[in-house]
Write a protein that binds this ligand. Sequence first.
Ligand code: SF4
Length: 508
Amino acid sequence: MADDPAPTERERPDPKQIDRKARFQIPANRPPKQDPVERVKNWEEVSFLFDPEVAKVEANRCIQCPAAPCTKACPVHNDIPGALWLLERNDFGGAADVFRETSELPEMCGRLCPQERLCEGHCVVGKNALPVAIGKLETFVTEWQREHGGIPASPLVPKTGRRVAVVGTGPAGIAVAERLAKRGHSIVMYEAWPEPGGVLRYGIPDFKQNKPAVDRKFDDLRALGIEVVTGVRVGTQISWQTVRAGVDAVFLGIGASEGARLAIPGEDAPGVISATEFLVRANLPPEHLPEPLRAPLGSPQRVVVVGGGDTSMDCVRSARRLGAAEVTLIYRRTDAEMQGRVEERKHATEEGVQFEFLAAPVEVLLDDAGRVRGLRCQRMALGEPDDTGRRRPQPVPGSEFDIAADLLVTAIGYNVEPEWGKILPELVRDRWDRFVADPDTLQTNLPAVFAGGDAVNGADLVVTALADGHRAAEAIDRYLRGLGPSGSASAPLDDTRRRFIGDSSLLG
Ligand code: SF4
C-alpha cells in the first residue's frame, strides 16, 4: 500500500537560519478585497488572491516553530511550516504539493475554513500580532500551481480489481474517492443532483468559492479514472441493491441537506423557505437544478434569515446580492456564541446586513392572501450553559416584536434526508436521522458500508469532512485488502475532530 508521505520527514530549515526577532517585525499582509458597495452588485469572490511577492513576505512571517501548533490544529494536519518554508524560497509548486499531500481540496479549505479557531488560531505569531495568513497562502499557492503547469500527475499504481461505490460527491466523498483511486481501487461516484460537488457546488455561494474550481476538481478525479455519475438518486433512479451488488464496499457521503423546522405557526406559508433551497435557487443557473427548484426567486426586498452559522451568513449575503434592500439576521444568542467564521460576519456587516441578537421567532405573520408579511419574535436572555458549553437562551416574557419580511429563510440546522430511512431501514441512525458510524473507522453497522462527513456529524466544515474521508479511505482500503476495517493503520480520533463533533449542535 502506498502510504502518504510523512510530513515530518521533509527537509526543515536549520533553526540558526530563522531570525525570529526579525520575522516578528515584518508587518502582516492580506490580499485585497472587493469594495463592499461594489461587491453586493456582483457574485464574484470577495477576496482576491495574494500577489506572489507579497505572499513570499507573508510566508516569511512564519517563525518555523518545531512544534507547529498550526499543523496540530488543522483537522487534516497540513504541514504548514513545511509549505511556507518552500513558499518563501520561491518554490510555489513545492508548497502546493505539501498542502496536497494531506488535503484533496486545499484551494477551497484556504477559502472556507474558520482559520481563527483552527490553524491561524494557534499560530504563535498571532499571539502579539495578526497570525500568518495561512488559509490565504494555501489558496494562493495551490491556485498558482493550477495556473502554472497544473498538478503533477499521480504515480500509476497497479489495479487491485476491487470496486467501491461512493454515494455523494461532496468533500467526504471526494476524499474517499481520490485516496482509494490512488491506491488502485476502481471507484464510481453517484450524485443525485445534476452536477457533482455536493455542498461545494450547491451550498457555497460564488462570492466565497467560484464554481469553476469545483469543475476543475472533478476533472482531476476523472483523470484518475474515477467514474462520476450525476443526476442519479439512489433509491429512485437506481436501487440500493444495484449499487451494492456491483461493488466490494460503499461509502455514504450524502451530506445533511434537510433543513430543520422552526416549529412555529405559519411556517408552511408561501415565502418561507429553507436555506438549502434558497441558496441553490439564488446561486445556480436553472439548468444546474432539479426541475422543482428552477423557478426564479424574484426580487425580495425585505428578507429575514433565522440562524447563527455560516450558512445563515451565506443566505443574508446572497439576499443582498439578489437586491434586497433590508436583510436581517435573527439569532437567539449573541455575537459571542455564533459558530461561523468571524470573517463572514464582518463581510455581512460591511454589506449592510442587520443583526438582531437575542431574538427567537415565535410566529410567521401572513397577509390576507396567506403569504409571509413578517416575523413575530421574542427577546431572549442567556441563562446557564447547556451541553455545548454555551449559555442557554431563555425567553423574556412580554417581549414580542415584529419584523416586516416578504421572504423568510430558515437556517437553523440540517439533517440527513429522511428518505434514507426507507432506502436503508437496517442502517442504524441517530435521533436526527444521521448515520451512526464507528468514530475511528467510519464503518456502519452494515458489512462493507462506511459513512462520514455531514451525514454522520451533522452540518460541519469542509475540512472535517475531508478528515472523515481520510479515515474512511484508510479503513476501506484495509477492508478490501483483507486486513479488517479497523486496525493500527487507522489514526486515532484526535481532539480536533472530537471538538467539532461536539460543536455540531442543531439549533446553534
Ligand atoms: Fe488551515 Fe483549513 Fe488549511 Fe488546515 S485546511 S491549514 S485549518 S485553512
